[in-house]
Design a protein around this ligand. Structure first.
Ligand SMILES: [Zn+2]
Ligand SMILES: [Zn+2]
Length: 130
């Protein structure tokens, strides 16, 4: 699916192709911290389809306990997260679903790192809704 998006302030804009079957939710503690939310949804885009059309994201490289490095890209002005990727020769840009304009049409197909999921975040159906 062809998608485009931008950060909250509009300084960073991008376009890409994503496979709707690969949209996922991650419950890892890094995603909790980076997103400021109980979990994060992402849609992977092959590198040859991903293009920044405006602005230049700020980046931060996180080294996991395993030694794996992940580059986190975000807007240096408004802080919106744009993607995560391997620091070099990346095959895939893992787009953060919240900045993808077509996100309502990209329901997650799986969840990962549920061992670190916040127990209360797994079912919010019973919360009063407005
Ligand atoms: Zn921004
Ligand atoms: Zn994660």
């Amino acid at each position: 699916m062809k998608v485009d998006g931008q950060c909250q302030c509009g300084a960073i804009r991008f376009e890409a192709e994503v496979d709707p079957a690969k949209v996922s939710i991650c419950h890892c503690t890094d995603c909790q911290k980076f997103s400021g939310s109980p979990w994060r949804a992402s849609a992977p885009a092959p590198a040859d389809t991903f293009r920044i059309t405006a602005g230049k994201p700020a980046t931060y490289i996180k080294t996991a306990d395993s030694g794996t490095k992940r580059l986190q890209a975000f807007c240096g002005t408004c802080g919106s997260h744009i993607y995560a990727a391997a620091p070099q020769n990346t095959p895939t840009y893992n787009l953060r679903l919240g900045v993808v304009n077509q996100r309502a049409d990209l329901p997650p197909q799986k969840q990962i790192w549920t061992s670190s999921a916040l127990p209360w975040a797994m079912d919010i159906h019973d919360l009063p809704a407005s």
